[in-house]
Write a protein that binds this ligand. Structure first.
Ligand code: GLA
Length: 728
């Protein structure tokens, strides 16, 4: 039993293998947070301190007792109106215009298995073996007839606890939810850093670690999608926490729309960490009988540093968020047409690519943007999902058949959520685009966003996708979305404050229907590269194009940052041509291969332009990747150095049973009179001896982890080195 209730003290204890989470319904029916940390038995209510707090808010229920203030106590679900002036998880406005409520604990329910959230992505548990359990806690506000259901999912073996919240209107008058955060953690005492992941198009998820001082540190997205700029994943770490030691906590949002993550240090040095829906452009009215779901947040705690935290999250996302046929199997090695030919292709030129791909050991050809309507560049035709037979010189069915005949699968690119003003669809339905009447809409990549909060828009697009996918044996869909949402106005909505949220649910609905109708289809998420790289999308697509930046050296940083929260099996990564199209940098083909191999692996170039030597290298890469793929996808991932500062970026995969390891090092910078560089692996089985597959040399695991492997002395910039070790 991972969830226990102490009826006398009204304390809920949630245990995972290595962590304990505790909360209490106190005598005033307030829900207080007691503890989240290393696994422990016993009650943690001794942490609560009371003294005269007359200069803080004292709730009416406390009567004359000025020692009771929610402004100071650690809380489970802080709400505006309680006298707590820190950042709230819930702000509600009643029909009288007043903001504030008073939530009281009203009961609980413990359920076997992991709860699910209809219409939303969420962690799932498949078998009784997971021993998952769920807890529902009920809070109610009498005046508004408002009920809050706090949902907790405990996956003990994963060391993961999920949180979500449902707000219901049980009364006869509407009220409006102005702010909703799904998870809050209050920490009494301690000095913490907030680690977040910022970026921009083509340079996503750069780690940023800052000390939390008094006040708030907020990251989030107002862009309608999770964004390149801030990822919906943060870590709170004690200041001395490193990769391998120290306490840290993760919050990962299973949501792809606007979000907000906030770390706040208050007057008493108490730290609050919250995550939930973005506040701006959100104002969600609930009519009598209606409810609103706050998307799920995955929580995880590690007392052994960031590495352990990442491993816990990787396991959770890989097996309990990702779904479908491709969850546990090697993905096809693909050749994508984008950087090979951009918009300039025909059926014949694609077939040539496919022939080359087959000869080099690749397994799928992906026809990227440019195959539909009059899409000759990125300024038109989004929404016109009819095959440009003239451009291809054949039907889609014929093309896929000919590609399949070469022994390759066929994949296709679409951008279903978007619409170009220069399109048949826009001319027929201008009101299907999100745009504020009377205001010229802000364009981005010359396009507008379709209103997926409307059922008829979704239905039309779903039919378009199906009629494309039904034209041939299409094994893969790259689902792209290349702009943020600026002019939030739906012609069909009764309330504009709901549109962004409902739009996101609309996108999820179509992705869910596609997964159901095409169980063998591999969907790769994409959003101008990695602009929607989040756990929400991973529920529908087990891999996401990680960045439009394919430069192997920049990718070291992008993939390093991504690895904190996301498994390598999710990281779409390709070898591209040199000089690189984004940076102009030239990097040896072996290094481009080694970096792309820390991902789903594929190519994004015209193989006909490769030299004979490069072709040999590519043939070898595809052969070797097939051998390594299981270790890369399922193995534990170790960040061995920090590419943001180190000259050499190194990482390792170690199989969970410790039998195999693969260590990769890439030299980022060379210096004069270069001292030797040693790569120290981690995660090998202590006491074991490992043999290097290539040299046959044996190494004792402990000494190897202590002293490391030296890099060869003849170094060129951007060289890479891969060691494959097997336990003797
Ligand atoms: C986005 C994607 C690219 C490519 C182009 C096509 O930028 O990230 O990989 O598909 O769109 O327009």
């Amino acid at each position: 039993m991972s969830i226990r209730f102490d009826a006398e003290k009204r304390i809920f204890t949630l245990h995972t293998l290595h962590s304990t989470y505790q909360l209490q319904a106190d005598p005033l029916d307030q829900l207080l947070h007691l503890y989240y940390g290393a696994r422990t038995e016993g009650r943690m209510d001794y942490l609560l301190c009371y003294a005269d707090r007359g200069f803080s808010g004292n709730p009416a229920a406390a009567k004359e007792d000025r020692r009771y203030s929610l402004d100071i106590l650690p809380q489970e679900f802080p709400y505006w109106g309680s006298g707590d002036f820190r950042s709230s998880s819930l702000v509600v406005r009643g029909i009288d215009g007043a903001c504030g409520c008073e939530l009281r604990y009203r009961g609980y329910e413990i359920m076997p298995g992991k709860y699910s959230l209809p219409g939303l992505p969420a962690v799932y548990s498949e078998s009784g073996e997971d021993e998952a359990e769920s807890l529902k806690i009920l809070l109610e506000d009498e005046r508004l007839s408002l009920r809050v259901e706090l949902l907790y999912g405990v996956l003990p073996k994963l060391d993961v606890i999920t949180r979500s919240v449902v707000v219901r209107n049980l009364g006869s008058a509407p009220f409006c939810v102005e702010k909703l955060q799904s998870a809050c953690l209050d920490f009494v005492g301690g000095e913490y850093d907030l680690i977040s992941f910022h970026g921009r198009h083509a340079m996503e998820r750069m780690p940023d670690r800052r000390a939390l001082g008094h006040g708030a540190a907020v990251v989030g997205s107002r862009r309608g999608y999770s964004s390149h700029q801030y990822n919906p994943f943060v870590i709170l770490a004690e200041q001395e926490t490193t990769e391998t030691a120290g306490r840290c906590w993760a919050m990962q949002f299973v949501w792809s729309g606007c979000f907000r993550a906030e770390g706040e240090r208050d007057q008493f040095g108490l730290t609050r960490l919250q995550m939930g829906l973005g506040e701006e452009q959100f104002s969600y009215p609930l009519l009598p009988g209606e409810s609103l779901v706050g998307p799920e947040v995955i929580l995880s705690y590690s007392g052994a540093g960031l590495e352990r935290l990442s491993h816990q999250l990787h396991r959770c996302l890989r097996r309990h968020i990702c779904r479908g046929k491709y969850r546990d199997i090697r993905r096809p090695i693909l050749l994508n047409s984008w950087e090979a030919s951009y918009f300039d292709f025909s059926g014949e030129s694609l077939l040539k690519l496919a022939q080359e791909a087959a000869a080099l050991g690749m397994e799928m050809l992906v026809m990227d943007d440019g195959w539909f309507g009059n899409r000759s560049d990125d300024r038109r035709a989004l929404g016109d999902w009819t095959v440009n037979v003239e451009k291809l010189g054949c039907t889609l069915g014929e093309l896929t058949e000919r590609v399949n005949a070469l022994g390759l699968k066929f994949g296709i690119w679409m951008e279903p959520e978007m619409i170009s003003e220069d399109s048949e669809l826009y001319r027929a339905h201008p009101d299907w685009a999100l745009a504020i009447p009377g205001k010229p809409p802000v364009r981005s990549r010359s396009q507008l966003v379709l209103d997926f909060s409307r059922a008829e828009v979704r239905e039309h697009i779903f039919e378009c996708i199906c009629q494309i996918l039904d034209q041939g044996r299409i094994g893969y869909l790259k689902w792209d979305a290349n702009r943020s949402i600026s002019d939030v106005y739906s012609h069909a909505a009764t309330d504009q404050g709901k549109v962004l949220y409902d739009n996101m649910l609309g996108v999820y609905e179509i992705l869910e229907r596609l997964n159901t109708r095409y169980p063998d289809l591999l969907i790769e998420g994409c959003s101008g590269g990695g602009g929607r790289f989040d756990a929400g999308m991973l529920y529908y697509s087990p891999q996401i194009w990680c960045s439009d930046n394919t430069d192997a050296i920049d990718r070291l940083r992008i993939q390093y940052g991504s690895s904190f929260g996301y498994p390598v099996s999710a990281v779409g990564s390709h070898v591209s041509a040199c000089p690189n199209h984004q940076t102009g940098r030239s990097v040896p083909i072996e290094t481009r291969g080694a970096v792309a191999a820390a991902g789903t692996f594929g190519y994004e170039l015209n193989p006909a332009k490769l030299s004979g030597e490069e072709r040999r290298a590519v043939r070898e890469q595809t052969r070797v990747y097939r051998e390594d793929a299981d270790l890369i996808r399922e193995g534990l991932y170790y960040r061995l150095s920090d590419p943001m500062s180190a000259d050499c970026c190194a990482w390792a995969f170690v199989s969970e049973d410790g039998e195999r390891a693969m260590i990769t090092a890439v030299l980022q910078a060379l210096h004069g009179y270069m001292p030797p560089l040693y790569i120290r692996p981690r995660g090998l089985t202590p006491g074991a001896v490992y043999r290097d597959r290539e040299s046959g040399r044996c190494y004792g695991a402990d000494a190897l982890m202590d002293m490391g492997l030296p890099l060869p002395q003849e170094l060129r910039q951007f060289d890479s080195f891969v060691w494959r070790l097997e336990k003797c």
